[in-house]
Design a protein around this ligand. Structure first.
Ligand code: PMP
Length: 451
């Protein structure tokens, strides 16, 4: 007997506890059990189809059930599913590290594997602190973060984030970060360019960092797009200035490219647009094409060498997750890199990125849209109560949820972040599908802002 949505929903709600969800909502908001995926499409147990416009939380790059990635994972499955990475190694981990070091900003020459985004951030924070400790600077214990940033939800990662929704409740448990104003260009004056606004915002960072650099291990940023903070965007000039300042003041720069890496902003890594090499770079999500949980931190030789010593010095870096560098994940990542290379994805995405712009540009004229903004393959549309004053809708009104519900009825998975609707589709989407998404998005925004 074939399963139905209804049966699976009932069974699910008896046993599961879903992430980022007030479970009581599911008394009236139907859960969507997915049976299968193919390309940009997901299909539920009743045969309804949805375009995965948000790449399943920004992980999927080349579609669901991609034949080339499937093939690579199946092959690896018959060779070796997993082995510990301490004292042991395996071919996919070695090959992936070699290839990423080739592709990453110059100077990042060591790959430390972890198994999810938040844990990569934890590893980067600890690595930075521990580096300074090994270098005889134990007073460096603090981290600087940007307003409205997001770096994950484990306690360390949450502490260096700034999105109240995720952070506020757990604040008593968190180390205290130093928060600098964001370069987020949503707040620029009318007529002011992204470049000028981001540059102006840099002044506060410079002032703050000059005062406190002695106690600061690192500044952590999401390069170019603060994704969970509502797809807020800024100019690369901020990153180049920050790079110079961190160099000058002996502070690490951690680039969290977990969401923006692998082509989302139009370049393979967002840091390329500022022509900088961060001290530590965190990668996850698109790393495996959206297949398996895997993450890593790339580091330069200088940091690596500060841990390289006789055992008795007890200087080694200490972080070990069971599934560190899982071979299946690494094989999916290798297949993903093959696709980037063989299909000239970054180049071809320029066309898709233009299509995304053309399909959504009309929303600039919508009476309840403050801004349509874009970086590469990410387009965001900010709904507001009052367009000229840019007054936000109260969060309690849950306007984004109306867009979500409308989209589900119309073959699309959109999942606004509060009042911000966005498209961040897999790169295998076609023009017709983008047009469909833009139509559904526009109708959803009309509905959500009707009164
Ligand atoms: N950093 C950034 C920039 C992210 O967007 C996310 C996930 N949304 C994370 C870290 C955390 O990754 P994970 O969900 O795999 O823990």
């Amino acid at each position: 007997m074939s399963l139905s949505n209804k049966e699976l929903i009932e069974r699910d709600l008896r046993t599961l506890w879903h992430p980022c969800t007030q479970m009581k909502d599911h008394e009236w908001l139907p859960l969507v059990p997915i049976k299968s995926g193919k390309g940009v499409w997901l299909q539920d147990f009743d045969g309804n189809r949805y375009i995965d416009a948000i790449s399943s939380w920004w992980v999927n790059l080349f579609g669901h059930a991609n034949p080339r990635i499937n093939q690579a994972v199946k092959h690896q499955l018959d060779e070796l599913e997993h082995v510990l990475l301490a004292g042991f190694s395996h071919q996919p981990a070695i090959e992936l590290a070699e290839r990423l070091i080739q592709l990453a900003p110059a100077g990042l020459t060591r790959c430390f594997y972890v198994d999810n985004g938040s844990s990569a951030v934890e590893a980067a924070l600890k690595m930075s602190f521990h580096y300074w400790l090994n270098c005889g600077k134990p007073q460096k214990t603090r981290f600087v973060t940007l307003q409205n940033s997001y770096h994950g939800e484990t306690l360390g990662a949450l502490a260096v984030g700034d999105v109240a929704l995720y952070k506020e409740t757990y604040k008593p448990l968190l180390m205290e970060a130093i928060t600098a104003p964001s370069p987020d260009c949503y707040y620029r004056e009318s007529g002011e360019s992204w470049h000028d606004y981001s540059l102006r915002q840099f002044d506060s960072m410079a002032e703050l960092l000059r005062k406190q650099a002695d106690s600061v291990c690192a500044v952590i940023v999401e390069p170019l797009v603060q994704c969970a903070g509502g797809m807020r965007m800024y100019h690369p000039v901020y990153l180049s200035r920050l790079r110079s300042l961190c160099d000058e003041l002996d502070v690490h720069l951690i680039a969290d490219e977990i969401a923006v890496g692998f082509g989302r902003t139009g370049t393979l890594f967002a840091c390329e647009q500022a022509d900088i090499t961060p001290d530590l770079m965190c990668l996850s999500k698109g790393l495996t094409g959206g297949y398996l949980p895997l993450s890593l931190v790339l580091a330069p030789d200088k940091i690596y060498q500060a841990f390289y010593d006789d055992y008795s010095k007890l200087n080694a870096f200490l972080q070990s997750h069971s599934y560190t560098g899982n071979p299946l994940g690494c094989s999916a990542a290798l297949a993903t890199l093959d696709i980037f290379q063989q299909d000239q994805v970054i180049q071809k995405n320029q066309h898709l990125s233009k299509k995304l712009r053309d399909a959504t540009v009309h929303l600039n004229d919508h009476p309840h849209v403050a801004e349509v903004r874009q970086q590469g393959m990410i387009v965001a549309v900010e709904m507001v109560k009052n367009k000229s004053a840019r007054t936000a809708y109260a969060w309690q009104e849950r306007r984004g949820l109306t867009v979500y519900q409308h989209a589900l009825k119309n073959q699309a998975l959109l999942r606004p972040l509060g009042n911000v609707c966005y498209l961040m589709p897999p790169y295998v989407i076609n023009e017709e599908e983008i047009d469909h998404l833009a139509r559904v998005l526009t109708e959803g925004i009309d509905l959500a802002t009707k009164e």
